[in-house]
Design a protein around this ligand. Structure first.
Ligand code: NAP
Ligand code: NAG
Ligand code: NAG
Length: 319
């Protein structure tokens, strides 16, 4: 075990000490950190004199000084080449390492921020739909569709508090193909000159509009409730409960009411337009959200022992 000691006075070697029981003021205990490539085990970087209070985030910063191509959000550091990534807030002295720590590095690939992801994903459908709209107007469907994505864009900017800074860049190509492609396909059909209007006319459209707006409001209420669970700047995750806003009472029955409302509002849009691509988009969205909701539900059950037993992931009592 090697120990580096500050030069001014004190013995050349200082035994490892428990945090809190610090040695005499003049001698400061430092860690050495070596970073190896998790695959090739090649030594990428050696940091001496790292303060014990330094966090994984600090180490990532130091590492990126010598390897600027791997900025901190790209790095995953682990104690074991195949183990879990260390969290940014973990302090070096709290990790099970000696005073020489060996960390394994994996490159997570190019990263982009969540705000950019959401803005690109939702700006596409908004604009693409408007493009088609100018062929043949179907005013209401156009307004609802635009409203949905304007709402999503504004929420991304002003409501959500993201705990992860970034996601891998390659995902955005997949996500945009999905959102943008469906928007184009739906807009093409709804605004086609040979489009067949809803079978039950105005009544059907009004009912559908009510469902759509109700669910949009519900979805928004849930997003605000989730935002308020997390104080500004924190990464805390808590059990969401119903608030004074009646739209959030769905939290009594499901873990992800935002997804329930989302599915509801696409069902409303399907009834309004009575159009096959819209029905398909709703179905695909439902399947995807049911999968996410089940994952989220399981992680809530794992994380909170007192999680309300009545809740289902997405559809009350059923799914
Ligand atoms: N692979 C998956 O399992 C999976 C699941 C869901 C979403 N996604 C991806 O996420 C994108 C959109 O999903 P989304 O619209 O549902 O948004 P989201 O990214 O899941 O979440 C939006 C915001 O709400 C916060 N939040 C959620 N639960 C919270 C809680 N209990 N307490 C405090 N804050 C909470 C989230 O925090 P956090 O950042 O901490 O989550 C995040 O800031 C999709 O494009 C998809 O690519 C993937
Ligand atoms: C939707 O709800 C789930 C469960 O509460 C949450 O994890 C997810 O982040 C929410 N999505 C948004 C955009 O708030
Ligand atoms: C509702 O919430 C989900 C996730 O929280 C989001 O992806 C979706 O776009 C929202 N739907 C509506 C109708 O605003």
């Amino acid at each position: 075990m090697e120990v580096a000691v500050a030069p001014e006075g004190g013995p050349a070697l200082w035994p490892a000490v428990a945090p809190g029981k610090r040695p005499k003021k003049s001698a400061v205990l430092f860690f050495e950190v070596e970073i190896l490539d998790a695959r090739s085990r090649e030594k990428l970087c050696f940091l001496d004199k790292v303060e014990p209070q330094a966090t994984v985030a600090d180490i990532k910063n130091l590492f990126s000084k010598s390897h600027p191509q791997w900025y901190p959000a790209r790095q995953s550091l682990r104690l074991d080449p195949k183990g879990r990534s260390l969290r940014d807030e973990d302090a070096l002295q709290a990790l099970p390492v000696g005073t020489t720590a060996t960390l394994y590095f994996r490159d997570l690939g190019a990263q982009i921020s969540w705000v950019t992801v959401f803005l690109t994903e939702y700006a596409g459908p908004l604009l693409i739909y408007l493009l088609f709209y100018f062929r043949v107007p179907f005013l209401l469907a156009c307004c609802c569709h635009s409203f949905h994505y304007v709402k999503r864009l504004l929420e991304t900017l002003f409501v959500h508090r993201f705990s992860h800074g970034t996601m891998p860049l390659r995902n955005i190509f997949k996500n945009c193909t999905y959102y943008w492609g469906f928007a184009a396909w739906m807009a093409y059909y709804i605004n086609h000159p040979l489009y067949t209007p809803p079978a039950y006319g105005d009544e059907q459209v009004k009912l559908a509009l009510a469902v759509f707006l109700f669910c949009q409001l519900g979805n928004f209420s849930i997003h605000v409730a989730l935002r308020n669970l997390r104080p500004a700047g924190s990464k805390a995750r808590k059990i969401p409960y119903p608030t004074r806003n009646p739209f959030t009472w769905l939290f009594l029955l499901v873990s992800c009411p935002n997804y329930t409302y989302e599915v509801g509002s696409w069902i409303g849009f399907t009834i309004m337009t009575q159009c096959l691509p819209v029905a398909l988009f709703s179905l695909v969205g439902f399947v995807q959200m049911a999968i996410w909701a089940q994952g989220k539900h399981r992680s809530y059950l794992r994380e909170f022992r007192d999680y309300p037993p009545l809740r289902s992931p997405i559809v009350p009592f059923l799914l």
